[in-house]
Design a protein. Structure first.
Length: 241
């Protein structure tokens, strides 16, 4: 077990406050000298949102057809120790079968990933993506749902059957139930599939309207926010309109 800090300076520091402090510490060298505005690294900003999306979709085609690019993880390791230039930020489910680096056939340092069961946008996840956009120049954000999502299926049971979940699961499922409620209004033949799509759409909307960082970047055309659903059986990602 990790030791608990009892230092007065850390007393009452919330998880979110700790994250903010960590991001501030990481970003501080980038903001010096005082008064100078941070500019994204030109290597990262040279990849357009559309070019990044094309690269991901081409990678998914390779993955689905078993024609993956060979990768030597030793190559570029020294450069990655100095800086990172991810071409996309991914909001993905924590499901062990859903690994964005494999699904999109990308290498180390290519993707900036936030994973949580149900692939919804939490405050901490949002802050992480803001960091990717503001300080790493990430041009593309992808919300990636997947077939048979257990978190969404659990939310359906809660909404329709009044199921009671143990532990901290109710708090997590609360973030997914709006998608189920939205899907139910359309009377779909497959409520689970429809809810998975609605869950992706809601997360996309949350990202593109999140002020001040992401909404401003999207309005300026610096980033694009897209969504997709990964089919575990086929290995293919279908984009969500």
């Amino acid at each position: 077990m990790l030791p608990t800090c009892t230092c007065p300076a850390h007393a009452g520091l919330s998880r979110r406050g700790f994250l903010a402090a960590g991001l501030a510490a990481t970003a501080a060298p980038l903001l010096l000298p005082a008064g100078r505005a941070f500019a994204a690294d030109p290597v990262a900003s040279s990849v357009t949102p559309d070019a990044a999306l094309t690269r991901l979709l081409e990678g998914n085609e390779r993955y689905a057809t078993g024609k993956l690019d060979p990768k030597d993880f030793e190559i570029g390791r020294a450069a990655r120790a100095v800086a990172q230039h991810p071409i996309a930020g991914i909001v993905s489910c924590a499901d062990s079968r859903v690994a964005p680096e494999f699904i999109f056939d990308q290498g180390a340092g290519d993707l900036f990933i936030v994973r949580v069961a149900g692939n919804f946008v939490s405050d901490d996840g949002l802050a992480s993506l803001e960091y990717g956009v503001a300080f790493l120049g990430t041009p593309l954000l992808v919300v990636l749902g997947h077939s048979g999502c257990g978190a969404v299926a659990s939310a359906i049971k809660v909404v329709k059957d009044g199921a009671v979940l143990p532990g901290h699961l109710p708090g997590l499922i609360d973030s997914v139930t709006p998608a189920v409620e939205a899907a139910m209004k359309t009377n779909p033949d497959d409520l689970l599939a429809a809810s998975i799509v609605e869950n992706v759409k809601l997360a996309m909307t949350e990202l593109v309207t999140s002020r001040p960082i992401l909404a401003s970047a999207a309005a300026a055309g610096k980033i694009k926010v897209v969504g997709g659903v990964y089919d575990i059986a086929t290995g293919r990602v279908t984009m969500v309109a």
